[in-house]
Design a protein around this ligand. Structure first.
Ligand SMILES: Nc1ncnc2c1ncn2[C@@H]1O[C@H](COP(=O)(O)OP(=O)(O)O)[C@@H](O)[C@H]1O
Ligand SMILES: [Mg+2]
Length: 252
């Protein structure tokens, strides 16, 4: 049994079909990348899985339970937690307190929540700014804060929506390290990412969406050579660079 199973998921906004009978599964302990051009339906898929939208068709199973249409807080409590593409921290609150909000989702005990928040601050390299108002952080810091907040809720499945967008290449390498360490600690990850250099080397599997439809699902190496994916999204140049290893071979 997979940790997450998406079956024939459909999400319509009036006439627009943002997700069109999308099916795939996410194995426990794996990293699955979700890619595709702007407007492909990636964020909508996260919104459906995390309960923000009630899908117009299909089923979502998490840990074997049907979570289709459940309230977001219930899905998060069950262990499927996501970050938001547009980061909106509680600006006046400190970085630490923002992470604490995430920790309280799973820890009723405040001592435990404080400890968990501190741990996530450390994992996400936010110690030097923990007492700063969250609104003061540059984009890289805000992205790390968003990750720390989600992590504090002790997810089984962590869904990251473009956490590497706008990062410098050093910040991106650090983010990839954090993601690999999270997987080692037993967290399953689903990652929406535009930065191919950030996702291709660390993913076990890539799912490609275009116009709401799943057009491919495979290991990164084969995705990079998939004609349809190259035309829809990657560009021939990227596919070639990745296959010849100049872009960093897949690891793990
Ligand atoms: N709440 C909404 N209401 C209407 N249309 C939406 C809504 N959310 C997303 N869409 C549309 O669904 C499509 C997919 O959007 P989105 O999931 O954000 O794509 P991606 O994250 O892949 O860039 C787009 O055409 C977008 O305009
Ligand atoms: Mg998006």
């Amino acid at each position: 049994m997979s940790l997450l199973e998406v079956r024939e998921l459909t999400m319509k906004f009036g006439e627009l079909v943002a997700n069109d009978r999308v099916s795939f599964s996410v194995e426990e302990g794996s990293i699955v990348g979700l890619i595709g051009p702007n407007g492909a339906g990636k964020t909508t898929l996260f919104n459906c899985i995390s309960g923000l939208y009630r899908p117009t068709g299909g089923r979502i199973l998490f840990g074997g339970a049907d979570i289709t249409g459940l309230a977001p807080y219930r899905i998060a409590r069950m262990g499927a937690v996501r970050t938001f593409q547009v980061v909106r921290p509680l600006k006046e609150m400190t970085v630490f307190d923002n992470v604490l909000v995430g920790a309280f989702l799973k820890c009723p005990d405040s001592g435990e929540a404080f400890e968990r928040a501190s741990e996530c601050i450390r994992i996400c390299n936010l110690e030097s700014v923990r007492e700063r108002p969250a609104g003061d952080l540059p984009i890289g810091g805000k992205k790390r804060l968003e990750l720390a907040r989600a992590l504090a809720a002790r997810p089984r499945l962590l869904m990251l929506d473009e956490v590497m967008a706008g990062l410098t290449s050093t910040e991106m390498k650090a983010a990839m390290d954090v993601i690999l360490r999270l997987r080692e600690s037993g967290i399953t990850l689903m990652i929406v990412e535009h930065v191919m250099e950030g996702i291709m080397p660390i993913a076990d599997k890539i799912v490609v969406l275009e116009g709401g439809v799943k057009i491919a699902e495979d290991i990164p190496l084969r995705i990079a050579g998939d004609e349809r994916v190259i035309v829809a999204y990657l560009g021939a140049k990227y596919g070639r660079r990745f296959r010849t290893g100049k872009e960093g071979a897949p690891v793990g």
